[in-house]
Design a protein around this ligand. Sequence first.
Ligand code: HEM
Length: 428
Amino acid sequence: MNSLLDIARFELAAWRADRHPDAFPYDAVVAAFRAVGKHFVAAELLADLDAVRRDVPRGCPAHRRLAGFLDTTLDKFDGRYDNPSYLALEQLGLPGADGCPAPGHAAHRRDRLIALLMADVLRFELETADGGLDLMPELRPDARLTGKRCRHALRAILPALECLGIDVDADPDDPMGTAHRVYRAVLAGATPDERRTLQLTALPVSLVHDEYMFIRALQSYETVFAQIGVQLTAAIAALTRGQAAPATAALGAAEAALREASPLWSLVATMQPDAFLRFREYTDGASAIQSRSYKRLESLCRRPDAERLDSPAYRSVPEIRERVIAGRPTIDEALRGAIAAGRLSPDEHTALSAAMAGFEAAIAKWRKTHHSIAVRMLGERRGTGDTEGVAYLEQARGIPLFSGGCPFAHGARSADAAPAGALQLTPA
Ligand code: HEM
């Protein structure tokens, strides 16, 4: 009994005598995965997990967590490894995933998740730097880079902490001291369930240090996209009822959510290009082109053009594509319907159009930053979603979010952007 692999296999065998889902040896299995990286897990352990999976009843609430964990751990084994399984999104409990349509509930869920994910980044970086954690030893950043990374993670977490009423003694002259206090406060206040979720949703494929932060940053953006999806759905419902004010407010909240999340890009930009290129050797097949939350967001604004719908952009997210083809409502259509029915006053139309333009500008800025980071990290290489890479992103940057949306909205703010909807849609 001398390796983490042996311990995991031993504990799994012991558990199979009892099979109570709450007693599953998550700690031992996760430790065995993290000791080598998911891409390198021994075939014997994967076979053991596969055998466990055969006996786990699907659809049983008591086994939900275990079934999700087995799906995540066995994705490469099954040959269905992709971006949602890489990020264990099913287990994260994204905003809206519980079926609740209330934007306030989704915003709270976003704050909670961002707080947990960013606190976990701080914990990982600081415990490694302090020598208390000896995981993922490849290409560790130096102290200067760790400091920079922690400052950006702090910027990303502080708005969520404020919304959640988590009070930390933030000292601008002592960011590292603040970072220590923040992660300890958030993780000390996490429920056992939340702590388990954090543990089971970080299964890097490699031992490259920076991959941990990258996974958490991707999960954080997924969280924001999912919350925005709830806001946009609420905007469509309001417009369909002919209520412009709540629709305008929901679009404003979507814009604010995306802008508030921008420190996540600064965090991602601290990734060492060498580190990225090393671990992406093992992430082939997992690309954020498969992000359901992003494509949902996009296709709630307007129906994608036929060319994009038939391209890898939407073929990589088949469920979303099907819903688009089935005619899911969009903000564009709901606005047209409200105008045609004479339900919007000119002032309401103007305010709504400005909110649409503001959100479009925020998306344009997100796309621009994404593109720049991809240029820096990836260069001329192909994407892991089997696109041309940067050229794909460059082309996608110009796709209007709303009909009549301005492809030159890049970087514009809501106050100075042209009102997108107002350009095209005039009262019938
Ligand atoms: C090192 C950093 C990153 C690089 C080099 C990168 C690169 C790429 C590339 C090349 C694509 C095109 C699809 C493909 O072939 O894979 C893509 C798509 C995408 N990425 Fe990233 N990405 C990075 C970080 C992120 C982050 C942090 C997010 C946040 C969720 C993200 C979200 C997306 C989304 C949503 C798409 C699909 C865009 C579309 O289909 O229009 N990426 N990325």
